[in-house]
Design a protein around this ligand. Structure first.
Ligand SMILES: Nc1ncnc2c1ncn2[C@@H]1O[C@H](COP(=O)(O)OP(=O)(O)OP(=O)(O)O)[C@@H](O)[C@H]1O
Ligand SMILES: [Mg+2]
Length: 267
């Protein structure tokens, strides 16, 4: 089951990067072959894998720039790095300039799709981290993917923001990527006993009754941030932490959803 997943929410700080970092680790622990793609000029995912963006010879920014100028692309092995069991295509500040140039280049919405399509053969999962905006980079990611995971932090949650994201996904589906679907909403940084969490969950169920919500809920814990700053997944940093368990459960859910789809196709 090969799948390209994008983790997106234009709201900043809702654990997009932490989710890509930890979900990719947990899927790899389930023996899945995983590539992560950093599509955020902040390069937090790259840094979270212990890679210094400035030292990376090829990054999403330099590759998209080559596509814009129609230069030949480097071999996969030159731009994909491996950290533990997970592969990563890093980002750097060059992505900011690439994004601006994409805005004025027709057809550039499909650059990431073109880059990743041949890599589907190689990986079980390709997971893309996006920046906190609905600009050219996020549209590229949505155009390239099969499925979107939307992390929601109950504390930062607003129905209007989620509506804007749903609108963008709808437009991408209509114009660029008819196969895109929402894998689910993922509650992150959550304390499930609080009214804040319960109300956010109820609001989502009321406003978006057809959107799945993952059973796994990622608990609020400083250990995720500590793991990030040590360039580790939380499961490596503190194996018994509830967030480590939750990301393992999420990986199982993501893998199970894929299985159902394969069965449906065969049936
Ligand atoms: N489960 C968690 N519990 C507590 N803090 C968390 C958790 N997950 C992530 N964080 C913290 O929340 C902050 C934002 O996380 P992260 O960088 O993953 O979000 P993001 O959505 O990628 O942000 P941006 O929009 O800037 O890219 C970080 O300080 C991170 O350590
Ligand atoms: Mg991020």
């Amino acid at each position: 089951m090969n799948k390209i997943i994008v983790v997106a929410n234009q709201k900043g700080g809702v654990a997009k990067t932490s989710t890509v970092r930890n979900l990719s680790y947990s899927l790899a622990e389930l023996d899945k072959k995983v590539l992560t793609v950093d599509l955020d000029p902040q390069s937090n995912l790259t840094i979270g894998f212990g890679i210094t963006p400035k030292k990376a010879k090829h990054t999403t920014g330099t590759i998209i720039t080559r596509m814009l100028t129609e230069e030949e692309l480097p071999e996969n092995s030159e731009y994909i790095q491996t950290v533990g069991k997970v592969d990563i295509l890093p980002a750097s500040r060059a992505l900011t300039v690439a994004e601006v140039n994409m805005l004025i280049t027709p057809g550039s919405n499909k650059y990431l799709a073109k880059l990743l399509e041949p890599l589907r053969e190689v990986y079980d999962y390709i997971i893309i981290d996006t920046n906190p905006s609905l600009g050219a980079l996020t549209i590229n990611a949505l155009t390239a993917c099969d499925e979107v995971i939307i992390p929601i932090d109950p504390e930062l949650f607003a129905i209007t923001g989620l509506n804007d994201l749903m609108d963008s996904i709808g437009k991408v589906k209509a114009n660029l990527n008819p196969n895109i679907k929402i894998g689910g909403i993922l509650f992150v940084k959550s304390i499930t006993r609080t009214n804040l969490y319960k109300t956010a969950r109820q609001n989502i169920a009321d406003y978006f009754p057809h959107i799945p919500i993952y059973k796994s809920v990622i608990p609020l814990t400083v250990k995720v941030g500590e793991a990030n700053s040590n360039a580790l997944a939380v499961a490596e940093y503190e194996h018994s932490n509830p967030a480590a368990f939750a990301y393992t459960e999420l990986a199982k859910e993501v893998a199970e959803n894929g299985k159902n789809e394969t069965e449906n196709k065969i049936a």
